[in-house]
Ligand binder design. Structure first.
Ligand code: HEC
Length: 407
């Protein structure tokens, strides 16, 4: 029962997470666009806001922005914060559900660094929250006065963290942790800076005082940081389903390229929406980042090198000797006979160049490691082999099930 419950839990959490994330990123893109397209309005003093006319859903909207605040506030304000909180909460639950609860499957790769699931989770959680503390300190430090300095320091910090994660976690776990670290900074920006500052402005207005413009400014700055983070974070969250992006010793360089390439596309849109021209060269920079990233993936991942017909790179991690595992011979024979033609470092199946989903089933160690996945895909469901293309028999499935569920 447990694997099935786990599967449903994972499905529901992912559904919630993606939905909340779309609402949040959508709102973030919308407000950046709105801010950039504000035009002066005759009854709002220059530099104190503006207005935009928009058309959507069968009507026309006249949206007005007041800086720092309007003279009087209406009774009801719509706050935009739960999209962000819900994205973070569902993401944190999904991270725990997948990577911490099934740490030995997804997070801990003994050939990279052997540790207990508890220790892996502790490293992950401390690093994620530590990332926010460091980022926030940088923003408050004297460096915080220069956008360029903050950008550079945060960039170097994130790439360094990617390198660190790569040295302790499975390649896939490393990628998701960089995504989680950046996404946590984004939500903490909303939770710890943007919304509290907005509350202070509202409180000042209600008290009949002049609100301090610094609050709104700080909020806007954090909001733009979030905007530049969006595309790299989405890439990191998705690409952990594409082993060719992370199974390279230079995964931290891929992270760096995603940061630059993703952020520069936001620069293009922000400039364009503000009517400050079309900085088409941004797309050239993004394309160059993508080209370099693809070249690295092709020439340094096992899958890419196989596709090029090049011999595999032997990394120190792969050369390390692992403790021997005990997988019964009959189980090994079923997996080698029915699965490994596709799920191997050098697949033999026509049309399959890369072990699908990065799942290797070609050695006893790999078979033991992937036990829960084999159970789910080939015993509890018949998803694998696809359309039973390799003719696995009911008895063989029963054998896999007995092995995978034995205490
Ligand atoms: C003909 C090639 C082929 C064979 C044989 C094969 N697989 Fe797969 N396997 C695939 C492909 C393709 C995917 C990716 C499916 C997708 O992307 O939805 C996959 C995905 C998987 C996954 C990942 C599923 C996920 O969504 O995370 C597992 C686990 C798996 N296979 C296990 C097995 C097992 C166990 C066997 C043998 C009983 C097996 N496969 C036999 C091609 C194969």
């Amino acid at each position: 029962m447990e694997p099935i419950l786990h599967e449903f839990g994972s499905l529901l959490l992912r559904w919630a997470h993606i939905t909340a994330g779309m609402a949040w990123i959508g709102a973030s893109f919308y407000f950046m666009h709105l801010d950039a397209s504000l035009k002066p309005s005759p009854d709002i003093p220059a530099g104190k806001g503006g207005e935009a006319w928009e058309v959507h859903g069968g009507g026309f909207y006249q949206v007005r922005k007041y800086l720092v605040a309007p003279a009087a506030l209406p009774d009801h304000l719509t706050w935009h914060k739960w999209q962000s909180y819900a994205t973070w909460l569902s993401g944190a639950a999904l991270l725990i559900w997948t990577y911490y609860y099934q740490a030995s499957l997804y997070l801990i790769d003994p050939s990279v660094y052997a540790m207990s699931p508890l220790m892996a989770a502790a490293i992950g959680i401390i690093a994620i929250f530590g990332g926010w503390v460091f980022y926030d300190l940088v923003c408050h430090s004297p460096l915080g006065k220069s956008d360029l300095a903050v950008g550079l320091v945060i960039f170097v910090f994130i790439v360094a963290m990617a390198f660190f994660f790569q040295k302790v976690f499975s390649p896939r776990g490393a990628f998701i942790h960089i995504g989680a670290l950046m996404a946590t900074i984004m939500t903490a920006n909303v939770f710890c800076v943007i919304i509290p500052n907005q509350h202070k402005v509202v409180a000042a207005l209600k008290a009949g005082e002049e609100p301090d413009p610094a609050y709104g400014k700080a909020g806007k700055l954090r909001s733009s940081h979030n905007n530049y983070f969006t595309l790299p974070v989405i890439f990191l969250m998705m690409s952990n389903h594409y082993p060719i992006t992370y199974s390279t010793p230079y995964a931290f360089v891929i992270v760096a390229l995603a940061l630059v390439g993703g952020a520069i596309i936001r620069v293009f849109y922000n400039k364009r929406h503000a009517g400050q021209g079309n900085w088409w060269w941004c797309w050239l920079v993004a394309a160059a980042c993508l080209a370099v990233a693809i070249s690295i993936c092709l020439t340094t991942t096992p899958a890419g090198r196989t596709a090029l017909g090049w011999p595999p790179l032997v990394t120190t991690a792969e050369a390390a000797t692992l403790p021997a595992v005990d997988v019964p011979e009959d189980v090994q024979n079923v997996v080698l006979g029915r699965c490994s033609m596709c799920h191997s470092a050098q697949p033999l199946w026509d049309g399959i160049a890369i072990a699908p989903r990065g799942i290797l089933l070609d050695t006893p160690e790999a078979i033991a490691r992937n036990k829960p996945l084999i159970l789910m895909q080939a015993a509890l469901t018949h998803a694998m082999p696809p359309n039973n293309i390799t003719d696995i028999t009911p008895d063989e499935r029963a054998l896999l099930k007995a092995w995978a569920t034995a205490p």
